[in-house]
Design a protein around this ligand. Structure first.
Ligand code: NDP
Length: 510
């Protein structure tokens, strides 16, 4: 029997269903994310006929903007950023449901006014009070919005009737304590099944395909363990420097910005056991088990497991990049890391003894996010010296050029027995001939459908912060030691290569 649905790209992980009529209210709607991602994603969902027939989107921010002006602005941004081409017909249908509401984030009267406005929109558009509140403001405002929504009667806490769901943007906390505090705060005002903590990596097609790849096929999973896998490498590299985001980045660093959320999610999906089902509880239970099985970094051996670095001046693809220290918004003498590499062990039956190496950085030679399983050598070297020295690798490319490649040894044509590594490639673009949806399409749709599987749960966020916060604590203690540097456009500090070399392993050349 063919286990595949006709078109996995469209099929996704939940069956095609239409959400109930609802309104999406975006807090922080004057911001960059709303324009570039959130509203264009909703437009694409409508173009795919995945929005309910009665639907509205309300932008909320302090800025004074009329409905008409906001519609005009969104038209322009959707034209630039939506995956689906804009047509007059589709746009006129979509814009009828777009509104803007001006208000402060901490003023109860403004939420009361919003409530009245939403009730009125419900009546106009035949929406039965279902609401998604998308909190897309800077993180300091997250708890304020949640409290005001709750205090002003905008959250249905009865468990019956119209739904209220709240999407919270990243970062969810800056360390273990702040994540716990934010969880406690949210859970005071909302039930866990109303809280949608977003990590847009989980909305990426290739990240979801990690599960399809592992669990819809017969021949990968038997190899997916410590018997065959030598080690795993997960890379999230950016070719850009911090590009004017110094004020934000200098407080965050790459460990918070990329690793705690995106790379840990990718690692958990790569390492987890097959879930009993794809429902949110079963899937997230398995991811949490992985995070709980992470071996704490042994006392006194920190440098064997963690390497950080900061870029010096250099160039990427011929484009000069200034030193991190010279970037606007960076504090003089900052020790914020723009590169981090971790060696981690997952202490469970499947992965005992297999290092998981994670690296993430700015100002790398190219932009690439991938997971690579590097296999152990064949048990016997039948071809002796002629055998290729390169291990078998299974690489899952998350971005760009989404796809999967297998690297193995093959005989070089000719009368001698020489073996060279070759690649077998699958690429989304060529195989399906269609562009994968934007992560924010899938994630907003899932929230409207009430499916939390691709959102992170309270215990999951805390388990990852627990590991990450220990690293930050150690960096604080060793502040005086400074930070190694690497040239922009290189693959990072020498210390990172040395970390793998100690185990006879090496970073893949990407
Ligand atoms: P912005 O910094 O552009 O903020 C969005 C809006 O929030 C602002 O336009 C402002 O609107 C309002 N706001 C509320 N409180 C404050 C405050 N204290 N200081 C400044 N502005 C405030 O954010 P983005 O749109 O870029 O991102 C939104 C959220 O999404 C953030 O939490 C971010 O971390 C997260 N995120 C963003 C990504 C991106 O690509 N942009 C990617 C991943 C996550 P007004 O003053 O008009 O009320």
């Amino acid at each position: 029997m063919n286990a595949f649905a006709p078109n996995p790209l469209r099929q996704g992980l939940v069956e095609d269903r239409l959400p109930e009529p609802c309104t999406v209210v975006i807090f922080g709607a004057s911001g960059d994310l709303t324009k570039r991602k959130l509203v264009p994603a909703l437009y694409s969902l409508m173009a795919e006929r995945l929005l309910p027939p009665s639907f509205a989107v309300v932008g909320y921010a302090r800025k004074e903007v009329s409905d008409v002006a906001f519609r005009g602005e969104m038209k322009e941004w959707c034209g630039k950023h939506a995956r689906h081409k804009q047509t007059e017909e589709l746009w006129s249908q979509f814009e009828k449901g777009i509104y803007f509401h001006t208000g402060d984030y901490d003023t109860p009267e403004d939420y009361q006014a919003l409530k009245g406005r939403l009730d009125q929109i419900d009546k106009e558009r035949g929406i039965p009070g279902n609401r998604v509140f998308y909190v897309s403001t800077p993180p300091s405002t997250f708890p304020i919005v949640v409290k005001q929504l709750s205090d002003n009667g905008l959250i249905n806490k009865t468990g019956t009737g119209p739904f209220t769901r709240v999407i919270i943007e990243k970062p969810f906390g800056t360390d273990l304590q702040s994540a716990r505090d934010l969880n406690a705060h949210c859970l005071k005002h909302l039930a866990e099944d109303q809280i949608y903590r977003i990590d847009h990596y989980l909305g990426k097609e290739t990240v979801q395909n990690l599960m399809v790849f592992r669990f819809a096929n017969a021949f990968f999973e038997p190899l997916w363990n410590n018997r065959y896998v030598d080690h795993v490498q997960i890379t999230g590299a950016e070719a850009l420097g911090i590009e004017g985001r110094g004020g934000y980045f200098d407080h965050a660093g790459i460990l918070r910005d990329m690793v705690q959320n995106h790379l840990f999610q990718v690692m958990a999906l790569t390492a987890m056991e097959p879930p009993v089902s794809l429902n949110a509880t079963d899937l997230r239970d398995e991811k949490v088990k992985v995070l709980k099985a992470l071996r704490p970094i042994p006392e006194g051996r920190f440098d064997e497991f963690v390497v950080r670095g900061q870029y010096r001046a250099g160039s990427v693809a011929g484009r000069p990049i200034p030193s991190y220290q010279e970037e606007v918004g960076v504090t003089a003498g900052s020790t914020t890391e723009t590169y981090v590499a971790l060696k981690m062990f997952i202490d469970n039956w499947r992965w005992a003894g297999v290092p998981f190496y994670l690296r993430s950085a700015k100002a790398m030679p190219k932009k690439v996010t991938e997971v690579a399983l590097v296999f152990k050598d064949a048990p016997h070297r039948l071809f002796g010296e002629k055998s290729s020295n390169e291990p078998n690798v299974l690489a899952i490319r998350i971005q760009p050029d989404e796809g999967i490649s297998m690297r193995f040894g093959s005989k070089v044509p000719g009368n001698t027995l020489d073996i060279n590594p070759v690649n077998m490639e699958f690429r989304y673009g060529t195989s399906f001939g269609t562009e994968p949806p934007e992560a924010y399409e899938r994630l907003q749709l899932d929230c409207m459908l009430g499916d939390q599987a691709l959102y992170t749960r309270a215990d999951e966020v805390e388990a990852s912060w627990k590991y990450i916060s220990r690293i930050h604590d150690e960096w604080k203690r060793s502040f005086a030691r400074g930070i190694p540097t690497y040239e922009a456009g290189s693959w990072g500090p020498d210390e990172s290569d040395a970390m793998l070399r100690r185990s006879n392993q090496a970073w893949r050349r990407l």
